[in-house]
Each structure stands twice: as structure tokens, then as C-alpha cells.
Design a protein around this ligand. Structure first.
Ligand code: HSE
Length: 298
């Protein structure tokens, strides 16, 4: 028995929702093949595209699957093949894609003992290995699709949010690697009341705008006065890119997850293409190497 899955990239935080908000991209992701073996052992049998640990206990997919099997009390074995298209350390949920894809596939092969939501904690075990923190804002949207809100971590409560029909995401990935572990370590641990007020105002409004298809409000809510000012220092020409994207009509612009990728959320394909072309030209002129994606959210 085997299954081939598309393991999608995700954009976490979305400016106003650090660690609690994320969305799933529909055309950027890895491919994985998972098959049952007779060895009662979880093995990473093949990884293409990237140099990542082949030892199951050191690979996020292996760790996530093992946590699922342990909880289930199953001694079944699985071989995992990963065709890694999302670069690790790019900020679009590379480890989350592997963790979520693996637990999704194994759950399917086992006859779906768990719902998609119930799979989230197992995928979070992979995130724990990757970054030292079991955040769910990449694995939840990778498993559930669309937008996810983590209402609470303890106990875990994840809410799926609607996706307005015309949303497009442009992702610009400057080819430098920032480890989530490192970019978490530079964030301040305390938040001022003033910043907290503006952040929860924006997060509430963002959620409301998803329900009402209010694109202008979505744009106004994509702000981050807490994490972005610290992390953006690591991203070449962040403020210039932000200004440029908004001038070209993007609803909002921010850091994707822990960076260095940045995202521009746009209404409609045409605006997204304009934004993409313009930030691409800007980076070309500055001589910075990058990858670029234009994706829907679903
Ligand atoms: N919320 C996490 C962070 C996402 O910003 O560290 C990592 O992709």
C-alpha cells in the first residue's frame, strides 16, 4: 500500500498573528511517497532536492510519523520518500510540509483513525524537532488548507477560516537561509500594552475581513509592530520592498513565517503579477539572488 501526496508550503504569522495565524499555498510544495513496509520500522528511504537527515529520529517527517504511531500503539512500519522543493530555512513552512505530509499519508494508509485536526499535534512534534518550538501556524494550514487560526495552544484549538475568492499571494525568497530557531531567539519576550492593543485589533479585523470578503480591511489589518521591526533587519531591503508592493497595489506585505521570505497579499491575479514583476526587477537591480512564487490560497 502506498500513497503519493502534495505537501504544501504555508505562510505563517501573516503579520498580525504571530504563532496563531497561517495560510496554505496551492501551488508551492513538496511531493512525498509513503508506503507501508514489513519491517515494523519507520524509514526515510529517499530524499531528493535537499540534503536532509535520513535517520528517522532526526528527520521531521520521521519524528512526526513516530509520534502518531506511538499514540496509536501501532507497530506498523513505513518508508518515506521526500522530493523536497521547498528550501529549508526559506520561511514558507518547509519542515511543516514534511511533517504534515507524512502524518497525513500514514493516517490515510492506516484507514484514517484520526481527523485532519487530530493530526495537528503529531505534525507539531516535527516542528519541535526543527525549531525547538511546537508552533502550529504552519502545520495547521498545511493539513486543513485555507487559513487557520490557533485560538489556543493548551489545550490546542484550531479554527479554519474562510478564504475570500480573489486572494493571491506573491512570495519573494531572498536566497539566504534563516533558521526559525535563530529568528525566534532575537524576538523580545515582552510586549508593550500599546503594541498589544494594535496587534489584537488588527488580528480581530483580519478575521472579520475574511468572513466579509473586505479586501481593504484585510490590507489595513496586515500590520505587525511587535515582531516585524526586529526580524525585518535580516531581510535585504525589507522596507523598500514593502513600499514598492503597496505602491503596485498589494493589500499588504510582510515577513512570511520566520523569514527570509516575504509575502505580498493581493486582490486578483493582475495586481499580483504587477507586484511580482516590480519586486523582482528591484532585486535584480540590487543584484540579490531570489526565488519567486505566485500562488493561490486554498
Ligand atoms: N510562527 C513561527 C515563527 C512560524 O514566526 O517563528 C515559523 O515559520
Amino acid at each position: 500500500k502506498e500513497i503519493k501526496v502534495f505537501a504544501p508550503a504555508t505562510v505563517a504569522n501573516l503579520s498580525c498573528g504571530f504563532d496563531v495565524l497561517g495560510c496554505c499555498l496551492d501551488n508551492v510544495g513538496d511531493e512525498m511517497i509513503i508506503r507501508e513496509n514489513d519491517l515494523n520500522e519507520v524509514r526515510i528511504t529517499k530524499i531528493t532536492g535537499q540534503d536532509l537527515p535520513m535517520e528517522a529520529d532526526k528527520n521531521v517527517a520521521g519524528v512526526a510519523v513516530k509520534s502518531l504511531l506511538t499514540r496509536l500503539g501501532s507497530d506498523k512500519g513505513f518508508d518515506i520518500e521526500i522530493d523536497k522543493k521547498i528550501l529549508p530555512g526559506s520561511g514558507i513552512g518547509s519542515s511543516a510540509a514534511s511533517s504534515a505530509g507524512a502524518v497525513y499519508a500514514v493516517n490515510y494508509l492506516l484507514g484514517e483513525p484520526y481527523t485532519l485536526k487530530e493530526l495537528i499535534p503529531f505534525a507539531m512534534a516535527g516542528e519541535m524537532l526543527a525549531s525547538g518550538n511546537a508552533h502550529a501556524d504552519n502545520v495547521a494550514p498545511a493539513l486543513l488548507g485555507g487559513f487557520s487560526l490557533i485560538r489556543s495552544y493548551e489545550p490546542l484549538e484550531v479554527i479554519s477560516l474562510p478564504v475570500p475568492p480573489d486572494l493571491k499571494m506573491v512570495i519573494l525568497h531572498p536566497l539566504i537561509e534563516i533558521k526559525t530557531r535563530d529568528s525566534r531567539s532575537i524576538i523580545k519576550q515582552n510586549v508593550s500594552l500599546r503594541n498589544a492593543i494594535s496587534q489584537w485589533g488588527n488580528l480581530g479585523a483580519f478575521v472579520s475581513a475574511l468572513y466579509s470578503n473586505d479586501y481593504e480591511l484585510l490590507g489595513r489589518s496586515l500590520k505587525d509592530e511587535i515582531v516585524e521591526p526586529v526580524r525585518s533587519i535580516l531581510i535585504p531591503y525589507f522596507s523598500e520592498l514593502q513600499k514598492l508592493s503597496k505602491e503596485e497595489g498589494a493589500l499588504g506585505f510582510g515577513i512570511s513565517g520566520s523569514g527570509p521570505s516575504v509575502f505580498a497579499l493581493c486582490k486578483g491575479e493582475k495586481v499580483a503579477e504587477k507586484v511580482r514583476d516590480s519586486i523582482q526587477n528591484f532585486y535584480c537591480k540590487k543584484g540579490i539572488d531570489f526565488n519567486l512564487h505566485l500562488s493561490g490560497i486554498s
